[in-house]
Design a protein around this ligand. Structure first.
Ligand code: ZN
Length: 440
C-alpha cells in the first residue's frame, strides 16, 4: 500500500516527537516547546489568569501533565469545550531510589516495574535512562536529564541455560532478574557513589547537590518505518504518545474555532490515574473552571458550558494480529491502516455510548476518514483509559477512540503509517464542531 507524502510526513513528525520524549517529563517538555513555537503562552496555576479573547495557552502540573487550550470565538456557555484527552506516560521500568548495588563483579541498577509492560521485550535492547533530577539550591531545582546513549542492558539468559524458554516463555522475576547491568565495580568506590558520580558528571554538578530523582528506562532505538512501502511504523511509547501527538497536531492545524479547544494530557494513566496530576485529579476541572471565570462567566454559565462540551478520550486500540486470531473478538477485528477505532464496552471501561458513537461517526464521515469498532473478547479482562475517570469527574459526554496498535506495552510497538493521519483529520473535524448536537 503506497503511503502519500502528507500522511508520511505526519508519521515522521510523530516519530520525531516520540524520539524527543523518552520519559513523561520529556513528553510534557516537548509538548510545551512545540506549543510555545506555535505561539501558546505558558500559565502558572499559582498566578491569577487574565486571558485574552482568542488567546492560546497551556499549563503544566508537576512537569508531566499538560493542558493546552485555544479560546473559541463563540461565547463559552453556548459553544462549550472540545476536549481531547490522552496520557503522557508509558509502561516500563523505573529506577529504585537507591538503585546501585554490587552483584559479583557487576554494578547493577535495581528497577521497579511501572504499569504493565511486556517485560520480556526489555531484554537485549540498547537501554538508557531519562527523567528528572532534583538538585539542591536555595530552593530545590528540577532538571531534565537524558543519557541518550545506550547505558544499561538486560541480557537474556542463553538458551543453553534456559532450555524451556521457547516452550514456557520468558519469565522474569521482578526482584531478582530485572536489575540492569551498568558496569564493572570500581575498586574502593561504594556502588551508590559510583552511580551518583555518573549522574553528577552528566548534570555537571556536585554529587552532594543531587537530592532525588525519577528516572525511566527506555530503548534508544529510534522510531522507524517498515513494510515494502513504509506502511507501518515501529517505536517505543506509541501508547500513548501517538494520541498526544495527533491531538496536538489537530489543535495546531487551525488558528481559531468557534468552540474552546482543549488538550488534556495526563501522567499516571498506566498506574490508575490516582495522583494530584493524573486524570483522577482536579487538574482538568480546575483549568476549565478557571477559563470560564477568567472570561467573566458565572458558575452557572460554566455548567452550561460543560453541558455543551464533549470529551474524546484518545488511546491506542488492539490491532488484529493474524498469528493470534483466537485472542480477538471475531466480529470486531481492527485492521491496521483502516482508520481509528471507536472503543465500546458495556461495562464502560470505555466511555462510548450510542449517541457519542454516532457523533464521532459523523465527524469521521465529514472528514472523509474511515473508522472501525472495537469490542474486547468476552472471556478476557478489558483495559481502560482516562475516559471513564475524566468524563465522570466533569460530567461531560465522551467517547473512547484509538488507532490500532500491535504489541501494546511492548518496548517496541507498531502501528499504521496512514492511521495517524486519519486520527488527526477526525480530531480536526471534532475541534471545528461549533455546537455539539443534542440528544433529544
Ligand atoms: Zn494507553
Amino acid at each position: 500500500m503506497p503511503i502519500d507524502p502528507g500522511p508520511r510526513r505526519q508519521a515522521e513528525d510523530l516519530l520525531r516527537f516520540i524520539d524527543a520524549s523518552p520519559s513523561p517529563w520529556h513528553a510534557a517538555a516537548t509538548l510545551a516547546e512545540w506549543l510555545e513555537e506555535a505561539g501558546f503562552q505558558c500559565l502558572d496555576e499559582r498566578q491569577a489568569w487574565a486571558l485574552e479573547p482568542a488567546g492560546r495557552y497551556y499549563v503544566l502540573r508537576d512537569d508531566s501533565s499538560l493542558i493546552a487550550f485555544s479560546l473559541g470565538t463563540d461565547p463559552l456557555p453556548e459553544a462549550g469545550f472540545r476536549i481531547v484527552g490522552a496520557h503522557t506516560d508509558s509502561p516500563g521500568l523505573r529506577l529504585k531510589p537507591q538503585p546501585a548495588h554490587v552483584a559479583d563483579a557487576m554494578l547493577r541498577l535495581g528497577v521497579e516495574v511501572y504499569g504493565s509492560p511486556i517485560l520480556a521485550t526489555w531484554t537485549d535492547r540498547d537501554l538508557s535512562l531519562a527523567g528528572r533530577v532534583v538538585l539542591r539550591g536555595d530552593s530545590p531545582t528540577v532538571c531534565l536529564m537524558d543519557f541518550a546513549e545506550p547505558l544499561v542492558r538486560l541480557p537474556n539468559l542463553a538458551i543453553h541455560l534456559n532450555r524451556e524458554v521457547n516452550e514456557a516463555g520468558l519469565k522474569l522475576d521482578k526482584q531478582t532478574e530485572l536489575p540492569l547491568l551498568l558496569t564493572e565495580v570500581e575498586e574502593g568506590l561504594p556502588a551508590a557513589r559510583q552511580f551518583l558520580q555518573l549522574l553528577a558528571e552528566r548534570l555537571d554538578c556536585a554529587e552532594e547537590a543531587i537530592l532525588s530523582f525519577e528516572l525511566a528506562v527506555y530503548d534508544t532505538q529510534k522510531g522507524g518505518f517498515w513494510g515494502p512501502q513504509g506502511e507501518f511504523i515501529a517505536a517505543s511509547r506509541l501508547d500513548n504518545l501517538a494520541s498526544c501527538h495527533a491531538a496536538l497536531t489537530a489543535l495546531l492545524a487551525e488558528d481559531e474555532a468557534a468552540a474552546t479547544r482543549v488538550l488534556a494530557l495526563f501522567d499516571h494513566e498506566e498506574i490508575g490515574s490516582e495522583s494530584f496530576k493524573g486524570a483522577a485529579s482536579s487538574f482538568l476541572g480546575d483549568t476549565l473552571m478557571r477559563i470560564s471565570a477568567s472570561l467573566g462567566f458565572s458558575a452557572f454559565d460554566h455548567q452550561r458550558a460543560l453541558a455543551s462540551s464533549f470529551l474524546i478520550s484518545a488511546d491506542m486500540a488492539h490491532a488484529f494480529h493474524p498469528n493470534f486470531a483466537g485472542a480477538y473478538e471475531p466480529e470486531h477485528k481492527l485492521i491496521i491502516n483502516h482508520g481509528p477505532a471507536i472503543k465500546v464496552n458495556a461495562n464502560l471501561r470505555y466511555t462510548t455510548e450510542a449517541f457519542s458513537q454516532a457523533l464521532f461517526i459523523g465527524w469521521c464521515e465529514a472528514a472523509g476518514v474511515p473508522w472501525q469498532i472495537y469490542a474486547h473478547r468476552g472471556n478476557l479482562a478489558c483495559g481502560s483509559t482516562i475516559g471513564p475517570i475524566a468524563s465522570a469527574k466533569l460530567g461531560v459526554r465522551s467517547l473512547d477512540v484509538g488507532n490500532p496498535l500491535w504489541a501494546m506495552h511492548s518496548v517496541r510497538e507498531s502501528a499504521g503509517s496512514l492511521d495517524h493521519a486519519f486520527l488527526i483529520q477526525a480530531l480536526r473535524q471534532f475541534f471545528a464542531c461549533a455546537r455539539i448536537p443534542v440528544n433529544g
